[in-house]
Design a binder for this molecule. Structure first.
Ligand code: APR
Length: 257
């Protein structure tokens, strides 16, 4: 393996670790075809800033526009497949009981690849609920044409209980993270010996504080990302590769004698 390839070092740290946390961001889903938040949005949505659409204020301003964007994203995730990196994470967990995946992503690609207990800090795209009474909305029905023929505005469905408007089950900017998920993530970060930050720009808090929390308690932090981020200078090793390649190589290094 190339001299600049830290896979052997990371594999050694993985072997030595008693407790491992994997923090993933939008870059983990990129190789499944899901654009990251700070990538230019493609097509119909290129005219909109995702960071503006992902807010309660935007939903109040234009429910149909925000709901149309989320339906497009739900349909895109439904069509996407987990990649080798998602599958490698499930295999790594089999090598390291107790390994925890903490994700900022709202898709279900980790679960579909076998990481059934991933902790979702920013909610779940498919857990829609009523904006008024917060009751779960169940299956909201995603038009199969939503990706090929995205519709800019789709009026959200109404709550069967109070007739309120249905919203996506994600954490919008300015909203608190799910308390239980956040507490679990902090607890795992406190107790781990190794934290891999995979595919995150490390700019959105409090999720971005997890590597620092782990490191402050003596854990090693490794960044897996093709480009430098705000986390790079706080990592013990930076691995300039993609999630798919890096996690697959890590599993191979651990299982190839
Ligand atoms: N493999 C690994 N990393 C990748 C890949 C890849 N194939 N492709 C892109 N990346 C990296 C980018 O270099 C970038 O650093 O993934 C990172 C994605 O950063 P963001 O788009 O900022 O996503 P994220 O860090 O998850 O954002 C955190 O902010 O927008 C909100 O709620 C949203 O959960 C999101 C949060």
């Amino acid at each position: 393996m190339q001299a600049d390839d830290p896979s052997l070092q990371v594999a050694q740290w993985f072997r030595e670790a008693e407790s491992v946390v994997i923090l993933t961001g939008a870059g983990m889903s990129a190789e499944s075809g899901i654009p990251t938040f700070r990538d230019a949005q493609n097509g119909l949505w290129s005219q909109f800033d995702p960071l503006r659409l992902a807010s309660a204020a935007a939903y109040r301003d234009d429910k149909a526009l925000v709901w149309g964007w989320y339906v497009w994203r739900m349909a895109m995730v439904r069509q996407a497949q987990p990649h080798a990196g998602h599958r490698a994470l499930a295999q790594l967990a089999a090598l390291k009981p107790g390994m925890t995946v903490v994700t900022q992503n709202v898709d279900d690609l980790h679960e579909r690849a076998g990481s059934a207990d991933a902790i979702h800090l920013h909610g779940n795209l498919f857990a829609s609920r009523c904006f008024a009474c917060a009751r779960p909305a169940g299956d909201v029905g995603i038009p199969t044409c939503a990706v090929s023929e995205p519709t800019l505005r789709l009026p959200p469905p109404r709550c069967t209980h109070c007739d309120g408007h249905i919203r996506p089950g994600v954490v919008w900017f300015g909203e608190p993270l799910p308390e239980t998920s956040w507490q679990q993530a902090v607890e795992r970060a406190h107790g781990c010996d190794l934290l891999l930050a995979v595919g995150t720009s490390g700019v959105v808090y409090p999720a971005a504080s997890l590597p620092g929390i782990a490191r402050a308690r003596g854990a090693r932090v490794v960044e897996i990302n093709p480009v430098a981020t705000d986390l790079s200078c706080k990592a013990d090793a930076v691995w300039r590769t993609t999630a798919g390649e890096g996690l697959s190589k890590l599993f191979a290094a651990l299982t190839t004698e």
